[in-house]
Write a protein that binds this ligand. Sequence first.
Ligand code: PLP
Length: 378
Amino acid sequence: MTYFDHNATAPLHPAARQAWLAAAEKFIANPSSPHRLGSRADAALEEARSRLATMLGCQPHEIVWTSGATEANNQVLHHFASVLPSEATVCISAIEHPSVIESAAHYFGPRVRLIPVGRDGVVDLPWLAAELEQRRPGLVAVMAANNVTGVLQPWEQIAQMCRRREVPYFCDAVQWLGRESAAGLGACDYVSGCAHKVGGPRGAGFLKCPAKREFKPLLFGGPQEEGRRAGTENVAGMLALVATLEARQGLLGEQESRRELRDRFIERLLVELPGVEIVGASQRRLWNTVAAMFPAVDCRQRWVVKLDKLGVAVSTGSACSSGKEEPSPVLLAMGRTPGEAGRVLRMSSGWETEAKDWETLLSAIKLAASELRQAVPA
Ligand code: PLP
């Protein structure tokens, strides 16, 4: 099977596997236990925390280990729901992951203000600037890179705008980390990330948050993580998370060659299948992501099934919403109609994806297109 669904989850990286196995065998004790074996596990966890903090550019005690980004994202909204005054609004970009959008809706209901995005998939900065000035929201949340389109968001600028207004800024960096440089992310007040999009294990993530400020935990029942997240830490998972992110940071010099492979595929796709449109094409995007809107031959589900039968795994949007027939809210927020959104396929490569894999994808798409055209005349 040729795998083009790294934005959903990625195959395990050897460095992550090695770090996980070594830690699982070596650190047998609970890091909170008072004996030497416990202290050893704790020391390993703290060392991993320092290494992650170095990558992000923040202090180690600003990092809380979590079970993944969904938990970290829920934690942020839960915290602000507990500390903000009852009339406070929160500004969330309209293209956030459901773990942000849905927890914001849960905690803040009508007090959620959705930051619009343009047709190109980038958040509307003038809108946000006006909102910061006129309403002064209690929180701003804008992700670093979108999971459906790969479009990069101006998070550094947003962090500055928020800092000037003293409004906390939360950046979901899940799709950015391990593909773009992590440097500077520590300047955002809150940052979430996870391991499994770039070769780490599933169920391992973190939240960067201000250490000295009040923190309302989501989970109770233990003093771990300085009282910010109860529960025995996943030592092996966190060591593997850091190992994979470091390995990926070391590859950043090769981004251009990976982008070239992707762009060559796009060029050929546009020639082979006239009528295909690349979503967010005018903007800077992750080097691994192609969100392509196919001509009105059939619905996206059939494309995915056809490609699957031809040995290629792609997605229709975020993995969390595939399986459902609803159009991706990200594409709707970009002004696409439900019909158009229904024709978008997301193809996301990994660092290990080679030219021949892109070839296989293109051939499979061409074959699927001709079969679909025969089945449903245009
Ligand atoms: N945020 C973004 C942008 C994502 O793409 C995802 C996963 O699809 C998540 C959060 C959730 O991450 P996790 O699978 O670690 O809970």
